[in-house]
Design a protein around this ligand. Structure first.
Ligand SMILES: NC(=O)c1ccc[n+]([C@@H]2O[C@H](COP(=O)([O-])OP(=O)(O)OC[C@H]3O[C@@H](n4cnc5c(N)ncnc54)[C@H](O)[C@@H]3O)[C@@H](O)[C@H]2O)c1
Length: 361
């Protein structure tokens, strides 16, 4: 690995809507010496060069190879794995945007390439770098909500139709990564329904049911590019309390509802169900830009040789669920996944409940 003055030179492959955000954030990181912006649409990188004069703009990956130690891939989903393989084979550390790959076979190939070469391979699961999601995980893992009955997620909008994948591959990676992270587990069953409207070749609305058999709960994921309201919500319903994470609310990202329903321990005749309507609390959460945390973590993992929170295996776990959802959409049948209990996370995020700051161990 070659680093100028110990610092990193990082390429961003694909500088459209999302890649240009990586360019902005990398340009502000003191540990990054040089950002190389790569896009086959040259006007995109020349425009970025105007905004960030220190940046090197090029049109192809081949032109960038000699100038980078690491790269972030933000091209359309079906190009992720081939581009990542090319970069890993050239000895570069790689962060791949979601979805990490479009098959588990591709994901396995990338993991093998990185392992053989001792390179960092990271999945761009941005929500796992979001302090509100860290807080939600803390609520679930500490048992504060009681037994988790179910989780419901909704990611809806009049969304941008993608040219190469359906709404499941575009939006559900976020929800699956949040669910796996918050529950510290992986689904054992996936069942999906979806439909195509608006002349789309791909499903633009879908509902996915996930059973998390290892932790005795289930989740429902609703994703849509065809909904009148923008919604980014995760609802966790527990036996003691309930929590709602609303990604669109800056001040009240997490609301905890002291609400519940209880049956008498020993029902006598028509003894009524009792409803509890308690307080609603909104913990203060220091929101930082998750993508900035993600990019800084990627650079840290390379320079310090520490493991990634969202490594290639985490990326593969999400791809496995997406692949199962695609199979279920095609066959109309549920897909049962390996029942092997996943290994605990290598360095879980610990939530300091007093100050709501988070640290990775
Ligand atoms: N983590 C998140 O929250 C998040 C949010 C949005 C998008 N994304 C992901 O980022 C990726 C890009 O999405 P987008 O909305 O920015 O798309 P986009 O269409 O705006 O940008 C993609 C860019 O890649 C370029 N490109 C394609 N093939 C290339 C190649 N071989 N070499 C160089 N450049 C190439 C295109 O010219 C284009 O400029 C997608 O995988 C998407 O899922 C992630």
């Amino acid at each position: 690995m070659f680093c100028v003055g110990g610092n990193m030179r990082v390429g961003v492959i694909g500088c459209g809507y999302w890649g240009s955000k990586h360019v902005r954030l990398l340009s502000s990181l003191p540990s990054v010496d040089l950002v190389v912006a790569v896009d086959e649409q040259l006007d995109r990188v020349t425009e970025l060069h105007r905004q960030y004069p220190g940046l090197l703009p090029v049109a192809t990956i081949d032109e960038a190879l000699d100038f980078v130690d690491a790269a972030i891939i933000a091209t359309p989903p079906r190009t992720h794995a081939p581009i990542a393989a090319k970069l890993l084979e050239a000895g570069k550390h790689v962060l791949v945007e979601k979805p990490f790959a479009t098959t588990t076979e591709e994901a396995d190939h990338l993991i093998t390439l990185a392992d053989e070469r001792g390179l960092v391979l990271m999945a761009g699961h941005t929500f796992e770098y979001n302090t509100a999601v860290h807080y939600l995980r803390g609520l679930v893992q500490s048992g504060d909500l009681g037994r988790i009955y179910y989780i419901d997620t909704a990611r809806l909008n009049l969304g941008l139709y993608q040219p190469d994948v359906n709404v499941v591959w575009d939006l559900a990676p976020h929800d699956i990564s949040i669910l796996n992270y918050v529950l510290d587990s992986e689904p054992t069953m996936v069942s999906a329904w979806g439909a195509k409207h608006a002349g789309s070749d791909f499903e633009d609305v879908a509902y996915i049911r996930l059973e998390y058999g290892h932790v005795g709960t289930a989740a429902q994921v609703h994703v849509s590019w065809l909904d009148p309201c923008k919604v980014r919500r995760v609802t966790v319903v527990g036996s003691q309390r309930m929590a709602v994470y609303n990604d669109l609310s800056a001040n009240e990202a997490i609301r905890i509802y002291d609400k519940g329903v209880q049956r008498p321990a020993e029902p006598v005749g028509n003894a009524p169900i009792s409803y509890r309507h308690g307080d609603i609390s909104m913990p203060h959460i220091n929101l930082t830009e998750p993508l900035g945390m993600e990019d800084a973590h990627f650079i840290d993992c390379i320079t310090k040789g520490t493991p990634c929170l969202t490594d290639g295996r985490t990326g593969r776990a999400v791809v496995k669920v997406l692949e199962a959802a695609a199979e279920s959409l095609a066959t109309g049948r549920p897909v049962y996944l390996s029942t092997q209990i996943p290994a605990p996370a290598m360095h879980p995020i610990i939530v300091d409940r007093e100050s709501t700051t988070t640290t990775a161990t």
